[in-house]
Design a protein around this ligand. Structure first.
Ligand SMILES: C[S@@+](CC[C@H](N)C(=O)[O-])C[C@H]1O[C@@H](n2cnc3c(N)ncnc32)[C@H](O)[C@@H]1O
Ligand code: SF4
Length: 404
């Protein structure tokens, strides 16, 4: 564990002021003092891909505000989060790199905060990496796996490392991705990357690959948020970590779409206090746990005995809080999102598919495993991706706006 903690610290922290802030935050969290440590921040609802499994699909399609959050609004929210103790922000979307002003967005984060950005890599170039670095980016999370084989570029990832930006391969921990995740770990060892384990949102019963998850989670190159922000084996969602959407809605987690307030209506401090006071009482390994089997395995492995009360009903795959006490205090979201949930559930989409082989991906320079994404999805939309710059705009063209 210590080896892992040291490794993660080395990979993530880029200057002594960030290091000092993180250590102070750790002490505060351990002392039980309320503090907000990490913010997941969606800064656009535009995406140039249409991944079948995307957790943000409902939010993107039911967007309530203009698709790119203005930089000044990002700055204000970041300052409010900073005042609450924030030591890390992950910039997400949508696809953050569709914004031409993404460098201003990164620059709007206080410099003693570790900034990561998650991308499908389609629009990344060396020049853009340089500009992200200048703006203050610490880590780039390049999504990796079946949906990203066409876009992931290993050479570019290596370039990031050479420029002092840490690279994390962001993978989804489900059985059909196992070979890709193994390839990601091999690459991480060779090229000094890390691997971020995304706990999967239940969708069509494709849950966590428990066996592999528990085998790999103590690997020094494995990053995982519930080992970090709230102490070991304690989910940070709603207490030490929140998700702010491009619409300003505040949620516990990017994969659970219950809304507890909006930063355009009241200070983040008030929303966070409400959430913290509520969620600190609800201890869990991961609030995304949705089935008894997964819950049992995680408790057994972690040596915990968290309550079954929080196991989701699965009535809404975009919001596992439905039917649990965690819905109390949430506000009604967009009804359009609910309609999208229902339509998505009703649509006869094929499964995520059989395990993908890693092939020669880790060695071929672009890291892509053999084969295309399951269902033929996850490839770029039409010809646009061939000319990525054509997509980067401040005012989205109809082709960039996710279709309803
Ligand atoms: C929603 S994407 C947004 C950033 C960017 N467009 C991208 O794909 O990298 C952020 C990360 O969440 C992961 N993700 C998407 N849907 C997920 C799901 N249902 N369960 C777990 N992770 C998911 C993606 O693989 C990606 O690494
Ligand atoms: S690239 Fe895929 S996972 Fe990322 S936001 Fe777009 S559709 Fe979702």
């Amino acid at each position: 564990m210590l080896r892992k903690a040291i490794k993660q610290f080395q990979l993530g922290v880029k200057n002594p002021i960030q290091g000092a802030r993180i250590l102070a935050s750790e002490a505060k969290m351990r002392a039980g003092i309320r503090t907000l440590r990490s913010v997941e921040m969606a800064v656009t609802w535009i995406c140039n891909l249409d991944c079948d499994f995307c957790y943000a699909e409902d939010l993107m399609k039911a967007q309530k505000k203009p698709p790119h959050m203005p930089v000044e609004e990002v700055r204000r929210i970041m300052q409010e989060a900073h005042d609450l103790g924030m030591i890390h922000v992950n910039i997400t979307g949508g696809e953050p790199m569709v914004r031409k002003d993404i460098y201003d967005v990164v620059d709007a984060v206080p410099k003693d905060v570790v900034v990561s950005l998650v991308t499908n890599s389609t629009l990344l170039t060396e020049e853009k990496v340089d500009k992200l670095k200048d703006a203050g980016l610490s880590t780039i999370q390049m999504s990796y796996g079946s949906y990203y084989h066409d876009s992931f570029k290993r050479d570019l990832a290596r370039y990031c490392v050479s420029k002092g930006i840490s690279v994390t391969l962001s993978v989804v921990n489900i059985a059909s991705e196992r070979a890709n995740i193994e390839a990601a770990f091999a690459m991480a060892e060779e090229d000094d990357f890390s691997v971020l384990f995304n706990y999967p949102m239940i969708y069509k019963n494709v849950g966590l690959d428990s066996e592999f998850y528990w085998k790999m989670r103590y690997h020094p190159r494995c990053r995982e948020d519930n080992m970090f922000w709230s102490g070991k084996d304690r989910c940070p969602a709603g207490t030490h970590k929140v998700y702010v959407t491009n619409d300003g809605d505040v949620m516990t987690c990017d994969r659970i779409h219950a809304i507890y307030g909006n930063v355009n209506d009241e200070p983040l401090a008030d929303i966070h206090k409400r959430m913290y006071d509520k969620f600190i009482q609800h201890k869990s390994f991961c609030l995304l746990e949705t089935c008894d089997k997964q819950w049992l395995k995680n408790n057994e492995k972690a040596g915990r005995n968290y309550s079954t009360d929080l196991l989701g009903t699965r009535s809404d795959p975009f919001n596992v809080f439905e039917g649990t006490p965690l819905m109390e205090g949430s506000v009604e979201g967009s009804t359009m999102a609910k309609e999208i949930h229902a339509a998505r559930l009703a649509s006869a989409k094929p499964d995520l598919g059989e395990p993908q082989t890693s092939g020669n991906g880790a060695a071929n320079g672009n890291g892509a495993a053999n084969g295309s994404a399951p269902n033929g999805k996850g490839s770029t939309n039409g010809s646009e991706a061939a000319t990525p710059d054509a997509q980067a705009s401040d005012t989205p063209s109809p082709s960039e706006t996710p279709s309803a």
